[in-house]
Design a protein around this ligand. Structure first.
Ligand SMILES: [Zn+2]
Length: 237
């Protein structure tokens, strides 16, 4: 096999390596995992917030319950002293009655407030449950994505290893002088080798003179396209 054939094969291996490395960097799962993790964090912060709210509500409710007990205790005492007292006049009687009514009204209001608190807590607890199950769902999705990502990266890394080995082996088969020339061109431009197709350079489209064409078919020299500088390669059909 001519050096130029080997260089053409080497170039293909390098292109494969480039695309595999790009693929590894842009694996879809990786992007998805990052997005999902951000989403999970948002829900976790929300959950944290909800726990704070429910904690505060719980404390407020306990305060109200203590207030209610206090009011009830006062009412019992008031009723007790009303029964025991010797009412002297109408004014004293009215004072007792209005104090009792006042306390009873306060008890009613406080009881309603407690019910409101409980309804509110139910709503927050509901939100907590929903947020928790959302977090669980996202965690499951992330672990599925990770499984997929892991197997894909392992495969890609294996393929890249194999390609690097093939490239090293292929380089050993090419004469140093020609290999150096190829590497120099490859370092300068992404596309180092252009196939000659329909008597033209496939990289820039320039039609090649007939003398070139004959040389390419028979010779093993590195011949560059005058227009774009690619190594020209004539591929036998
Ligand atoms: Zn060209």
């Amino acid at each position: 096999m001519r050096d130029i054939d080997l260089i053409y094969q080497l170039d293909i291996l390098y292109h494969e390596l480039d695309s595999k490395e790009k693929e590894l960097q842009h694996i879809k799962e990786r992007v998805e995992i990052i997005k999902r993790n951000e989403e999970k964090l948002r829900y976790q912060l929300e959950l944290d917030n909800l726990y704070k709210i429910i904690g505060k509500k719980h404390l407020e409710q306990r305060k109200k319950e203590a207030q209610l007990n206090d009011l009830k205790y006062k009412l019992v005492n008031l009723k007790d002293s009303y029964e025991k007292a010797i009412i002297k006049d109408n004014k004293q009687y009215e004072h007792f009655i209005s104090s009792i009514e006042d306390l009873e009204e306060k008890i009613d209001t406080t009881e309603l407030e407690i019910i409101d608190f409980m309804v509110n807590q139910d709503k927050v607890n509901n939100l907590i449950d929903k947020t928790k199950s959302k977090i669980d769902e996202i965690s499951r999705e992330i672990s599925d994505l990770m499984k997929n990502y892991d197997s894909k990266t392992i495969n890609l890394e294996k393929e890249i290893d194999e390609l690097i080995n093939s490239i090293l082996m292929q380089r050993n088969n090419i004469s140093v002088e020609k290999l150096n020339k190829y590497e120099r061109i490859r370092n300068k431009k992404k596309k180092a080798v252009a196939i000659v197709s329909n008597r033209a350079c496939s990289s820039c489209g320039m039609i090649l003179p007939t003398s070139y064409y004959d040389l390419l078919q028979k010779n093993d020299d590195i011949i560059l396209c005058e227009n774009c500088g690619c190594i020209l390669y004539y591929k036998k059909e």
